[in-house]
Each structure stands twice: as C-alpha cells, then as structure tokens.
Ligand binder design. Structure first.
Ligand SMILES: C[S@@+](CC[C@H](N)C(=O)[O-])C[C@H]1O[C@@H](n2cnc3c(N)ncnc32)[C@H](O)[C@@H]1O
Length: 203
C-alpha cells in the first residue's frame, strides 16, 4: 500500500477523533435494527470498515470478528472498544485489495461502508472472492434515493460530503449485483435511503 502525503484516506484519519460524537445519532436511531441484523453473522466474520468500532456491541459475544479498516486512527479507536468476551482481530487493509485467501470467510458484514470505498464494485468483488461459496453478505447502508427531487439533491450534496467523508449518492444495490452476488433480501429502514441488504455468493 503506497504511503505518501496525500493519501485518499487522510479524511478518515481526520474524522476519527469526532466520529463517535457525530455518529451517535445513527446508533440511537438504528441500533436495534443493526443488532438484530448483525447477530445473524456466523463463523469467521469480516466486518468491513469497522471505523471506531461502534458496531462491535451488535455481535454475539462469542462471534469471531475480523475488523478491517483503511484508517489507522479509526482502528486505534476501535481497539479501545474490544470489550467483553468478543473475539475481535483488527487489521489495517483496503477492501479493494484484500490479502485473505479465496473462499476463506463465512460471513461479511458492512455498515456504512460502501458510501466510502472509492471503487465500490472492486471492493465488493474482493468480498465475493474471499467469501466461502454459500456465504452471506449482510449490509447496513445508506444509498441514493429514487424519490424524484431527493436523488438529484444527494448528487449535489455529494460534491461537498466526499471531501470530508462519505458519498451520499451510491447505488449500492446495483453495485452488489455488478459484483456478482445474488441479492436475497432488501429492507427499507428509512424511506428508500437507509437499507439492509442480504446477498449470497452462490455455490
Ligand atoms: C462512514 S465510516 C463507517 C464506519 C463504521 N462502519 C460505522 O458505521 O461506524 C466509513 C469507514 O470506511 C473506511 N474505509 C473507506 N474506504 C475504505 C477501504 N477502501 N478499505 C477499508 N476501509 C475503508 C473509513 O476509514 C471509515 O472508517
């Protein structure tokens, strides 16, 4: 991974300090749904873009989690949350270029991840590669709305939001399909903007 002074993930290192404060509202609003969704994870589970670890409490206590993120500052915050008897291994990695072997992971979980990965289809293809055949991808993601005025507004806002954080106009369902997954469930949690997706790598 190239190290230089203008790394594309600098914005995430900068966001780490205030991240829990800014994102506390998301956990308050959607924590229950996330806990129910993520507790379905089985076996070795890759939590992609773990950030500061806000999602760790949503997993079963004996769940083996590999939490990866591109930002070392985010991972430092996550380390402080490895509480209880949860088995969490933290790894600094780019989801677009994973070092894991093919067919080695039982479940992949993402949480506001594919609003942030520069090339989402490339990242999703990597996840499909490392998932075992029949393995599940469980996602909690915000996406571009198809409501007639909301979508164009999200396109406009993204020009600013991506300088400091996520894109607001990602078409994540389409990207999951482009990466070769079979979509098995889609649940709207808030309008058509905050969603749960379940997809599988077909055998
Ligand atoms: C919006 S934050 C979400 C963090 C966490 N999942 C949560 O919901 O609290 C996006 C995260 O994606 C990470 N990220 C962005 N691109 C990445 C990549 N290519 N590989 C791994 N992590 C990445 C950022 O460092 C950041 O922690």
């Amino acid at each position: 991974m190239e190290e230089n002074h203008d790394k594309w993930w600098d914005k995430w290192d900068k966001a780490a300090a205030g991240f829990d404060f800014i994102n506390g509202g998301v956990e308050l609003r959607f924590g229950e749904e996330k806990a129910e969704w993520f507790s379905q994870a089985t076996g070795t589970t890759l939590l992609v873009a773990i950030g500061t670890g806000l999602d760790i409490p949503y997993f079963k206590d004996d769940q083996h989690i590999i939490g990866l993120d591109i930002s070392m500052k985010m991972l430092e915050k996550a380390r402080a949350k490895e509480v209880g008897h949860k088995r969490v291994d933290l790894v600094r990695a780019d989801v677009q270029e994973l070092g894991f072997a093919d067919n080695s992971i039982d479940t992949v979980v993402t949480s506001c991840t594919f609003c942030s990965v520069p090339d989402p289809v490339l990242g999703l293809k990597e996840l499909r590669r490392v998932l075992k055949p029949g393995g599940r991808l469980l996602m909690f993601e915000h996406v571009r709305s198809d409501i007639f005025w909301m979508g164009p507004m999200m396109d406009l806002l993204t020009k600013v939001s991506r300088r400091f954080g996520p894109d607001l106009n990602r078409r994540t369902k389409e990207n999951v399909l482009k990466a070769g997954f079979k979509l098995t469930r889609e649940v709207n949690l808030y309008l058509d903007m905050v969603k749960l997706f379940e997809a599988i790598k077909e055998i």
